[in-house]
Design a protein around this ligand. Structure first.
Ligand code: PMP
Ligand code: GLU
Length: 397
């Protein structure tokens, strides 16, 4: 039989985060008591006002197609948040709503990449960026960072990797998986580099509202000179605990990107789910107090997780500035008892100690594993107890 799969599909790796989530679910369904530090999704229920808005929309009979790039109401609600939160002005025609921020990113890469085009990703990066770039025919160019410098890239290191083929740089702060926020100084240096080399920036700001210790968020589009060069990506999954409802969006002054991503969507998914859009309108335009409450809970869990991890001999982590991930350095354990990298350690933790976490390799660092702390404190305590004894077992072997 002829080879049926395309090269593109044949080379594509499954999402490591979702693969772990699937394994965790499978073990749970077999009755195994698994601690889930795997996929990052808030454990809170979607706030009631948002669920009610979805029900009301269904009851009004809003079950038909909507415009491909989202309803005008939702685009206005998105624009309202940008203006109110950051003073950024976007019109509905600068916004495209998709089935999650992941989908918005996918559409953008499909819209801007020609074969051989390079996209700079800053390591550690979210697992899906390099895969989506490659799927679009592009070349992900990885810039390494150092944990000692809180994973903030050196501007010279970024500059060195810019070539005639570079089209865009992907940013994500606070970062999944490290939780770090970049300094204003770095963002300003980057802006100069972007201008000098005529680049675009894809700024994935999905964790902007989950920033701790009173830090203020700086969207990349607010850095002087950057609004016209930025495509901002965000969504309702994390901020409003709406992961399964699948609503994300992009905002950009670049109308060519708006048109191209809408066209791609019109030939692939059509509009995002009508009901979920109605829920997202309520999420973005209603009172924002749950966001503050959820952030507070995540911040306390962050404190607990950081303390417990750093108490385990051989493990260490930076205290995250935001998001809900602990990026734990496991280098002390590499080479012990057949553990040759992060996948082995994650496999060992899952199979022998029933703790699900994501190996760092697919995020660009095999010296780390990622633990999501979007889970209750007693689960964090139990999971860390298991990790502590797993580490002791490896050390004493
Ligand atoms: N970007 C980052 C950095 C993420 O962690 C995620 C995970 N949810 C997404 C984008 C995609 O989010 P969603 O598709 O659920 O909106
Ligand atoms: N973004 C979350 C994570 O990194 C959810 C899974 C996914 O979309 O990859 O765990």
């Amino acid at each position: 039989m002829k080879k049926i799969l395309s090269q593109r599909a044949g080379q594509l790796k499954p999402s490591a985060t979702l693969a772990i989530a699937a394994k965790e679910r499978e073990l749970k369904s077999q009755g195994v008591d698994v601690i889930g530090f795997g996929a990052g999704e808030p454990d809170f229920p979607t706030p009631e006002r948002i669920r009610e808005a979805a029900k009301r929309s269904l009851d009004r009979g809003e079950t038909f197609y909507t415009p491909v790039g989202g309803t005008v109401e939702l685009k206005k609600a998105v624009a309202h948040r940008f203006l109110e939160d950051y003073g950024l002005e976007y019109k509905p025609e600068n916004i495209v709503v998709s089935c999650g921020a992941k989908h918005s990113l996918y559409n953008i890469f499909q819209a801007i990449i020609d074969p051989g085009d390079e996209i700079i990703c800053l390591a550690p990066y979210w697992v899906s960026y390099p895969e989506m770039v490659a799927l679009a025919g592009g070349k992900p160019v990885i810039v390494e960072t150092s944990e000692k410098k809180l994973f903030e890239p050196e501007i010279e290191a970024v500059a060195k990797r810019v070539s005639a083929e570079t089209k865009a740089i992907v940013l994500n702060y606070p970062s999944n998986p490290t939780g770090v926020m970049y300094s204003t100084e770095f963002l300003e240096q980057l802006a100069r580099l972007v201008e000098a080399n005529d680049l675009m920036v894809i700024s994935d700001e999905i964790y902007d509202k989950l920033l701790f210790d009173g830090r203020k968020y700086t969207p990349f589009a607010t850095v002087p000179g950057m609004k016209s060069r930025t495509v901002t990506v965000n969504g309702v999954s994390k901020t409003y605990a709406m992961t399964g409802l699948r609503i994300g969006y992009l905002a950009t002054d670049n109308v060519e990107i708006v048109k191209a991503t809408t066209n791609i969507q019109s030939q692939s998914t059509s509009n995002p789910c009508n009901t979920a859009q109605a829920a997202a309108v309520e999420a973005l335009s209603g009172p924002q107090s749950e966001v503050v409450e959820m952030r507070g809970v995540f911040e306390r869990r962050r404190d607990m997780m950081t303390e417990l991890v750093n108490q385990v001999p051989g493990l260490s982590m930076i205290k995250p500035h935001g998001a809900f991930y602990a990026f734990v350095n496991i280098s002390e354990f590499i080479g012990k008892k057949g553990v040759s990298g992060s996948s082995d350690l994650a496999g060992y933790l899952l199979e022998k100690h029933h703790v699900a976490c994501v190996p760092g390799g697919p995020f660009g660092s095999d010296d780390h594993i990622r633990l999501s702390f979007a889970t209750k404190k007693d689960i964090i305590a139990e999971g860390m107890k298991r990790i502590r004894s797993a580490c002791a077992e490896l050390s004493n072997g």
